[in-house]
Structures are given as C-alpha cells and as structure tokens.
Design a protein around this ligand. Sequence first.
Ligand SMILES: Nc1ncnc2c1ncn2[C@@H]1O[C@H](COP(=O)(O)OP(=O)(O)O)[C@@H](O)[C@H]1O
Ligand SMILES: [Mg+2]
Length: 293
Amino acid sequence: MGVKGESDMATSLLRRKFAVQKGDESVRVIAITSGKGGVGKTNITANLAYILSKMNKRALILDADVGLANIDVILGLTPQYNLQHVLKGEKTIAETIVRGPGGIKILPAASGIQEMTDLSRGQKLTLLEELNSLNEDVDFMLIDTGAGIAANVMYFNVASKEIIVVVSSEPTSLTDAYALIKVLYQRYAKKRFRLLVNMVRSPAEAKEVYARLSHATDHFLNLNIEYLGYILHDDKLQDAVKKQKVLAELYPSSVASRCFASVAEKLCTEKREDYEDGSIRFFWENIINNDRG
Ligand SMILES: Nc1ncnc2c1ncn2[C@@H]1O[C@H](COP(=O)(O)OP(=O)(O)O)[C@@H](O)[C@H]1O
Ligand SMILES: [Mg+2]
C-alpha cells in the first residue's frame, strides 16, 4: 500500500473512531455463562436474543462456545464462515454474520479467539475497527460462552460489562458456579454477577437456589450476587431443540417462553445506573489485550 493509501486509511479509521464514540453508550455487552455445561446457556441466549429483537432491540449473538449443541445447531443454521476467516482476511465481519429468526444476528466466533493475540498491531487495529462497526447496528450483544474456568471461557467473561451466571438446581451446577464466580472475582476483579436459575419447577425453588449460592459467596468471598430471575422447566424446550427452532418463536406462550420474556423485559426496563454501558470495541480490546497467563 502506498503512502496515500495508508493516510486515507488512517483518516477513515480516525473518522470512524470519532463517529462511534457517540454511539458507545447504547450497547450492552452481556456474557451468559455457567460453571457447568448443559444448564441451558445456549437456549437462554437464543431465546433472550429472539425476544429482545421482538421488542425492537437489535440483538447480536456472539457464539463463543466450542461445544456441540451450539447456537447454530439450536437455530438450524449452518454458518459457512467464522472469526477465523476474518482474521485470515478471507471474509469481512459482515460476510461472516448470519441471520437467525426474528432478524437476530449471529457471529460465529469460537474459532479464532486463540489466534487473535498473535496478530500484529496493525492487524488488530483493523480488526477492531471492523468489529466496532457493529456498534451502530446493535443494542444487545449476548455472548454464549463455554462452561467452566478454561482460559477461552474467561476472556469473554472478563471482557463483558455484564455477566449472567446460569445455574440449575443440581448441586454440581451450584458448586461449579461458585468456583467460576470465585475465580472471576478474585483473579479478575469482576464484582457484578447476576444469577439466572434454569429448569426449576417453581419460582420458590429458584429463590432457594439463589439463597444457597449467595449465602456461600457472601460468607466465603464477601461478595453479593444478584438475582436476575428463573426459567421454568418446560418439556416444550426439548421439542424446540429437536426441531431446531427457538422456543419463544415455536411456542410463544409456553411456560419457559413466558419466563424468557420476563427476563428480557427486566433487562430492557432497568435503569441506566443498574447496568454499565459498553462498546463492542471495548469488549474486543479486552479480549485481544487479555494476558492469558
Ligand atoms: N428450561 C428448560 N426446560 C427443560 N429443559 C431444558 C431447559 N433448559 C435447558 N434444557 C435442556 O438442557 C439441554 C441443554 O441446554 P443448552 O442450552 O444446550 O445448555 P448449555 O449451553 O449450558 O450447555 C437442552 O437441550 C434441553 O434439553
Ligand atoms: Mg451451549
């Protein structure tokens, strides 16, 4: 690239950076995570994103889970490209994003995260600018993380402004959630966690799960965790998974769909001081600059 080309690029980068700074405040970056796998993260992410989009909020799912039943399987999509293709310069972000039901956007990102740290400074900047261009089209970025405390799960939680921890009432789900919260709090100074209790038979059961976990974090970590809500156990959910459809689209009035709707409602009606705004750029900068030691 000639000098002219380079300075054009610099000008355009600067201009874009300036332009998005105004819009930064409107994006909420939320990691949906768990200590143990199989507690419902992927279904929760898909259903919340779907309902948010029905509420006229633009939702982007970042599929960061390398697991088997990931977002595209659940939504019946077959993305051709992922973040790795973007890193190799073969595809743009726009070409990588796939559209799901209700117009939700999905960025398949599980492959490629590891490679991001190996990029040169220039490549990182270009990538950041491209990722940041999403800022203008997104109100919520929901991240379906993998389970547990492996490094590749941690990056996403550390970089997110908000963290939703999904648990079920199984004892191992609780002990694993505790271990995850402990590491994020003690090692990465994360302080805000909201519990979403899935597959419960009653609201009271969810409250009891919350009471147990928050008692442990209060007592041993001196940390208060918040209660976000619950999703009832719903046989229709398995049916939706088999049909590769979002439950909230297939059975909008089923018990779990109504729970998803009230959680989405809660997220939307929160006051600004109850959550932190984030920008997509901030999120990716954290991912790229994260020290994996
Ligand atoms: N609210 C629910 N009611 C009934 N079954 C559920 C519910 N949530 C999750 N499941 C079951 O748990 C399985 C795993 O969910 P999934 O979202 O893939 O978990 P994760 O992403 O945490 O591994 C689903 O395929 C479904 O069978
Ligand atoms: Mg999953």
